[in-house]
Design a protein around this ligand. Structure first.
Ligand SMILES: Nc1ncnc2c1ncn2[C@@H]1O[C@H](COP(=O)(O)OP(=O)(O)O)[C@@H](O)[C@H]1O
Ligand SMILES: [Mg+2]
Length: 227
């Protein structure tokens, strides 16, 4: 198993007391597997992805990714983990408006030690693979919504992360673009052989995945697959 999640619990401390959001989550995923997570708003999906990606700490539990334990890391090591092992795609593209598409894709590599020529070539290859070979020098404002999300996908992959997390990546897109982005994520996941976890509200899009789980009030369970 490459991703092992054991008994992850998370409570937020709020003014009205402790709010349990993740209530003991277990998950095992092999290195080349993908998973769709569905569930009502407020059920804990984003919190779970943030914990997996090292953006937030759980109250208790264990995570191992390729034998690495992000919960035992120093802040510096955790920053490296986030940068090198995890790719994130959000509902909003989060591209920097003042940078070109190519510069945006290169941003995560600025922290690393990859040779510049190599990383520029990798960024161009990724942009070609997401169908933006003719948009590299565009500004984000000069792209369509679907194209912006493609650029965000390329940026998430520039460090060749072992774990690709996407939190409602198609939430702002029309049906056709949403399906295109989801198929693109799955294609790149197969090519890169990474672990892909996608949160989606769409039953149709979840059906594209070999495994679907449901988050219900902080509990993650296998969903009855219709495949
Ligand atoms: N930083 C926070 N402080 C307090 N409560 C939070 C915080 N972040 C999320 N929550 C609460 O945790 C619950 C789960 O949120 P979230 O993981 O974003 O759900 P989902 O992504 O499934 O819609 C919600 O009730 C939300 O209000
Ligand atoms: Mg959410």
């Amino acid at each position: 198993m490459t991703l092992q999640v054991r008994q992850i619990r998370k409570e937020f401390i709020t003014r009205s007391g402790s709010l349990p959001v993740l209530c003991g989550i277990d998950l095992d995923l092999d290195s080349d597997k993908s998973l769709a997570i569905m569930g009502q708003s407020g059920s804990g999906k984003s919190t779970f992805l943030h914990v997996l990606g090292g953006l937030d700490k759980p109250s208790s539990g264990k995570i191992l990714l390729d034998g690495l334990d992000p919960l035992a890391m120093s802040e510096t090591d955790l920053a490296h983990y986030r940068n090198q092992k995890v790719g994130f795609v959000f509902q909003d593209h989060h591209l920097l408006p003042q940078c070109t598409v190519l510069e945006n894709v290169l941003l995560p590599s600025l922290l690393g030690a990859m040779p510049k020529n190599e990383v520029i070539q990798l960024a161009k290859d990724l942009l070609a693979r997401v169908g933006l070979e003719n948009r590299m020098d565009h500004m984000p404002s000069e792209l369509s919504g679907g194209e912006r999300q493609r650029a965000a996908v390329a940026r998430a992959l520039i460090m060749r992360p072992r774990l690709l997390l996407a939190d409602e990546p198609t939430g702002n897109l029309d049906k056709r673009n949403a399906e295109n982005i989801m198929r693109l994520l799955l294609k790149l996941h197969e090519e890169e052989k990474n672990i892909l976890i996608v949160v989606t509200h769409s039953v149709d899009l979840a059906k594209l995945f070999p495994r679907v789980m449901a988050m219900d009030d902080g509990i993650l369970a296998e969903a009855l697959s219709s495949n």
